[in-house]
Design a protein around this ligand. Structure first.
Ligand SMILES: C[S@@+](CC[C@H](N)C(=O)[O-])C[C@H]1O[C@@H](n2cnc3c(N)ncnc32)[C@H](O)[C@@H]1O
Length: 278
């Protein structure tokens, strides 16, 4: 079932179970494939319905950071199963929405699941976020929801995002951002921990600090306009995902998720929403 151009083991697992009609997987990750956002994390009840609602909240917070408005042309880079495009389609009208993904299997599901309404137009395009197949200055908004850590180069993606945005265009992302002190600590971690995470989540680079993001923005011609640290609001995600992997008989993936949970709970790995303008 592996046909993505880059290995994405967790998508192999998700697609296998979605195609088998697994209701828990469909509810948890059939639309959004990212962490949840709980305004009141202590009220999280651990259910898949509660998680799906929180995942929708996270998406809405990211596109709010880009101030999407009627009439915009919006690119969602690394669009997964099209959940962010679906949410924009449900909440706005007169948008031109483009979802881009490197994995044609995900795009196939997105095309099946997301139908335009409210005078919106929707297109799903196969491609690499670091080589965007779009004209210069052709979008008002670029989004990248919890995916930039997979891209071959953040710098290339920032340059591409700036190129395809019109002057004044808005760019918003969310990402796992380490405290500077965590990077040297992480290099001391055993290969076993590192490869457990890669065996589940594929190639992940989560070494980009906030200072690195500020430099990326400056170097590529963006101004950082919003920085929201939502780490605490995302933490109820971890038990849900760990339990799901255990139910799917993937104990190594549950363990890899627990490693990420630990450094998040220790505050070493932050979850940030960042907004930029061109
Ligand atoms: C954690 S998922 C997030 C999916 C979606 N943004 C969401 O929030 O539901 C990461 C996504 O990045 C995509 N991806 C990874 N590398 C990519 C690349 N170089 N170009 C475009 N998409 C990529 C994956 O296929 C996957 O859909």
């Amino acid at each position: 079932m592996q046909s993505a151009k880059i290995p994405l083991p967790y998508f192999d697992i998700l697609l296998e179970h979605i195609n088998l009609g697994d209701a828990a997987v469909q509810k948890t990750f059939g639309r959004h494939v990212h962490w949840g956002y709980w305004e009141n994390p202590w009220k999280a009840d651990g259910s898949v319905d509660d998680f799906a609602a929180a995942a929708e909240q996270l998406t809405q917070r990211v596109y709010a950071a880009a101030n999407v408005k009627e009439g915009d042309r919006v690119l969602d880079a690394g669009c997964g199963f099209g959940g962010t495009i679906a949410s924009l389609n449900e909440n706005f009208s007169n948008l031109n929405l483009v979802g881009l993904n490197i994995d044609p299997r995900q795009l196939e599901r997105a095309r099946q699941e997301v139908q335009p309404h409210g005078n919106n137009q929707i297109e799903f395009v196969e491609g690499d976020a670091c080589q965007l197949p779009f004209a210069d200055a052709s979008f008002d908004v670029v989004l990248a929801v919890e995916c930039i850590f997979h891209f071959p180069s953040r710098a290339d993606f920032f340059h591409e995002a700036r190129r395809v945005l019109r002057p004044g265009g808005r760019f918003a992302i969310c990402d796992f951002v380490p405290l500077p002190v965590f990077n040297p600590i992480r290099r001391l971690l055993t290969n076993k921990v590192v490869s457990a995470v890669e065996d589940t989540y594929g190639r992940v680079n989560s070494e980009c600090t906030l200072a690195d993001y500020r430099k990326l923005a400056t170097d590529s011609g963006f101004t950082l306009t919003l920085k929201e640290d939502i780490t605490g609001k995302t933490l109820p995600t971890y038990p849900v995902i760990r339990r799901l992997f255990e139910q799917l008989d993937k104990p190594d993936s549950a363990q890899a998720t627990a490693e990420v949970e630990l450094v998040s709970r220790l505050g070493l790995l932050r979850y940030l929403i960042l907004g930029f303008t061109r």
